[in-house]
Design a binder for this molecule. Structure first.
Ligand code: PLP
Length: 494
């Protein structure tokens, strides 16, 4: 399988090269030249497999230059019992006869980012070997809270890699911050940026596209790579759980093979829902793709009108991992919906960079609307959604609450009763403060004490690694202005 750039489809790279580079030099995103389709027989085979073997099988379709035994070993170590606290890895929770919640937070950092970031370091390591790379990969990541921690956890002390994470100073929860600044490992670094997530992400993009820095670092034996969801090595592991969830529904006798299922995904950078779209392209019977946003509803407007316009106020919400105005992975969808028109995509992205706005062609909009539904959920509705599900004895976090709410609205608006899965992207224990308030409790003064408080109040168990944050001392405290990010990178790689 070869990969092209969404801004230049004459480019052809192997999977290993695409994963190693992360982002194309032309600013485009690497995308497979075609999508393999799973036959009914293959779906049945997948149903009989563990999550780990499903992952190796599905990924193998796209990673032909990797050995199958190697992929199986990667999946065993990424999703094994030392890392995931649930044997199903990504289990479904049944809400009612046609609604399920897909729990993607059983990994080491309690957010769905682990699903990809436990796998990416292994894929990158193999890619370095396959391409004969001798330099050290320096991973630069901008994070809205969860990526940074999950990436460091995945890359900590991995040979031939270093990782530096930038997060918006006031844009992450206290638990998220504490998780990051206490990260262990000799090859990790963390820095807060004065600004929001988009500022941090733009800073990272700027560094990536700066030839002077690249040359300077090459001279010191480094090259830059990305762990953001623009890397193909992050999207691919995410395709797996949509297929796996469908297999689990089949195994439980809840649906018949071929029966459509809707997926509702809480969305920020558009990586998670894009993976669902790709699963659909592989033949998975996905009905509607429901894109759930918080108050930062740029995607809702886009799906409803065809106009992407980032010129709007940025809101800091209780679901910070979705506080994003530029959803980078949307570029891959545009490329696909345009039938692979790289020139058109380049035009849209240039307009986005220059004016902060573009409008897609009417045929593309029609196609977009036939596949996707966009909805958003404000802060009060997020609280109400947590409270509502808790009354049914199910505790969810703020991001999941957005998805649950938008799914309900979608059903009300359209009358569509297709079986649906809404995606749970974080443990409620990552956002104790908002979750406690939503269920009518006054949060304890100290943010770490709220973990024990939430356990006591709800009788649910906190993920062990979050409970262990109590008493840990921070290792990192650096704060920088946006303009200083280059300098921070240079110092980190001294
Ligand atoms: C990253 C994240 C999201 C958004 O996922 P995207 O792939 O960026 O759309 C949603 N919820 C949580 C908890 C996250 O960490």
């Amino acid at each position: 399988m070869e990969y092209l750039s969404t801004r230049d489809k004459t480019l052809r790279l192997s999977a290993a090269q695409a994963i190693k580079m992360g982002l194309s030099r032309d600013g485009g995103l690497f995308t497979p030249v075609h999508f393999p389709v799973l036959s009914a027989l293959e779906m049945e085979t997948l149903c009989g497999m563990s999550y780990q073997r499903r992952a190796a099988y599905v990924m193998g379709k796209y990673l032909e230059d990797f050995r199958p035994e190697e992929l199986e070993a990667f999946a065993e170590s990424a999703y094994g019992p030392e890392k995931f606290d649930h044997p199903g890895v990504a289990p479904l929770h049944r809400m009612d006869a046609n609604t399920w919640c897909l729990e993607l937070w059983h990994g080491p950092t309690s957010a769905f980012k682990d699903m990809a970031l436990q796998m990416l370091p292994q894929l990158l390591g193999a890619s370095l070997r396959l391409t004969g790379e001798e330099r050290t990969a320096c991973i630069l990541a901008a994070t809205s809270g969860d990526t940074g921690k999950a990436a460091m956890e995945g890359f900590a002390d991995v040979e031939q890699t270093k990782i530096l994470v930038f997060y918006p100073e006031n844009g992450v929860s206290e638990i998220q911050k504490l998780q990051m600044v206490t990260q262990e490992g000799d090859n990790v670094g963390v820095c807060a940026v004065r600004g929001n997530f988009d500022d941090a992400q733009n800073g990272v993009k700027r560094i990536f596209s700066d030839p002077a820095i690249r040359e300077e670092l090459a001279g010191r034996g480094y090259f830059l790579s990305s762990a953001n969801s623009i890397n193909w090595g992050r999207i691919l592991p995410q395709v797996v759980y949509y297929i796996s969830a469908y297999c689990d529904l089949l195994n439980a006798g809840e649906i018949k093979l071929g029966q459509p299922v809707n997926y509702c995904v809480p969305t920020g950078n558009f990586g998670n829902i894009l993976a669902c779209y790709y699963a659909r392209k592989m033949g998975l019977p996905v009905g509607r793709l429901i894109c759930a946003s918080n108050r930062n509803d740029v995607l809702t407007d886009f799906i409803r009108t065809g106009v992407y316009d980032r010129n709007r106020p940025f809101h800091t919400t209780m679901s910070p991992s979705m506080d994003i105005l530029i959803s980078s992975n949307l570029e891959r969808l545009l490329f696909d919906l345009s039938g692979g028109d790289d020139g058109l995509v380049r035009g849209y992205m240039d307009r986005l960079a220059e004016e902060g706005r573009y409008e897609i062609a009417p045929e593309m909009l029609a196609r977009l609307q036939s596949l996707f539904y966009g909805g958003f959920c404000g802060e009060e509705e997020t609280v109400a959604s947590i409270e509502m599900l808790y009354r049914y004895r199910y505790l969810i976090d703020t991001h999941t609450a957005v998805a649950a709410r938008v799914l309900t609205e979608y059903r009300k608006e359209t009358g569509d009763r297709t079986p649906a899965v809404f995606v749970s992207t974080a443990s409620p224990y990552k956002f104790c403060d908002s979750v406690l308030r939503a269920i009518g409790q006054e949060p304890a003064a100290d943010s770490v004490d709220r973990i024990a408080q939430l356990q006591a109040v709800t009788g649910t168990a906190a993920p062990s690694r979050l409970a262990a944050l109590k008493g840990k001392t921070p290792r990192f405290g650096q704060v920088a202005d946006r303009e200083e990010m280059e300098k921070v990178v240079r110092e980190f790689l001294r």
